[in-house]
Design a binder for this molecule. Structure first.
Ligand SMILES: C[S@@+](CC[C@H](N)C(=O)[O-])C[C@H]1O[C@@H](n2cnc3c(N)ncnc32)[C@H](O)[C@@H]1O
Length: 241
């Protein structure tokens, strides 16, 4: 597991994050395997029906990004200096807290306080967005203050008001991933990082996205990291000149 910096351990949100990860894991372990199978099968034969079943099954679930992956992402953001972050798939907002903490750390002491941290979250379910906001309030005013949650279908909510993007976390139903990335592409800075969850376990659903990320002609350089279910680490390197 990647090691968080000392400052992270002293952060008062540590206990909150541990609690939320535990709740998420317990909840996930209790999801009926046959309901999951029904969603998988439906997605193969009828996308709309599959999405409907998946949304119904997951409407009251965390399905939070794993803790080890979250810490890796947190460190990646620190090392890349990213301050403008977009999260594709927010749910109850667990991973969003890591993104906000890292972005906040990256602006500390910078340019006389003129560089702002911003994390755009995206969640289509109003009920999930309300719960996310509650946890962010628990995480504190600083965390809460940098998150701009867009509620609704992200393929609509991300069409406007996007500044240069430094980091993207794709933690979403696979069929939305490539359209979301395409929407953000014109705003991505050279060297922007994209992290995509479960690219081994959901490789079939992600096939279009992975083709784009792994295209030898670019504009991404991509590698699959051996986290549970696979984690794709991609860097946007458009050829210039
Ligand atoms: C895997 S969860 C995200 C988990 C979150 N990153 C975390 O670690 O807590 C994916 C979320 O994306 C949401 N979602 C799915 N399709 C969406 C869409 N088109 N627009 C916005 N949100 C969507 C789902 O409702 C679900 O809550």
């Amino acid at each position: 597991m990647s090691k968080p910096p000392e400052a992270f351990y002293h952060s008062s949100v540590c206990a909150l994050l541990d609690r939320l990860h535990d709740e998420s894991s317990n909840q996930e372990a209790s999801i009926d395997a046959s309901a999951r199978k029904q969603v998988r099968e439906a997605l193969k034969v009828n996308l709309d029906e599959g999405i409907r079943l998946q949304d119904n099954l997951m409407r009251d679930k965390f399905i939070a990004f794993d803790k080890d992956k979250s810490l890796f992402v947190y460190n990646l953001i620190l090392s890349s200096g990213a301050t403008n972050i977009v999260e594709i798939g927010t749910s109850f907002g667990v991973s969003t807290i890591y993104l906000a903490l890292a972005a906040l750390e990256n602006v500390q002491g910078k340019a006389g306080g003129n560089v702002r941290a911003k994390v755009i979250g995206t969640e289509k379910e109003e009920s999930k967005a309300a719960i996310a906001r509650k946890y962010w309030a628990e995480a504190g005013k600083e965390v809460e203050g940098v998150i701009d949650l867009r509620v609704g279908d992200l393929l609509q909510t991300l069409r406007t008001d996007i500044e240069e993007v430094h980091f993207i976390l794709l933690d979403i139903w696979p069929y939305v991933a490539l359209p979301a990335l395409e929407l953000l592409l014109p705003k991505m800075r050279d060297g922007a990082i994209v992290v995509t969850d479960n690219t081994i376990s959901s490789a079939e659903g992600y096939s279009d996205l992975l083709k784009a990320l792994r295209d030898e002609k670019g504009p991404f350089q991509s590698v699959t990291l051996p986290y549970s279910g696979g984690l794709e680490f991609s860097v946007y390197k458009p050829r210039t000149g």
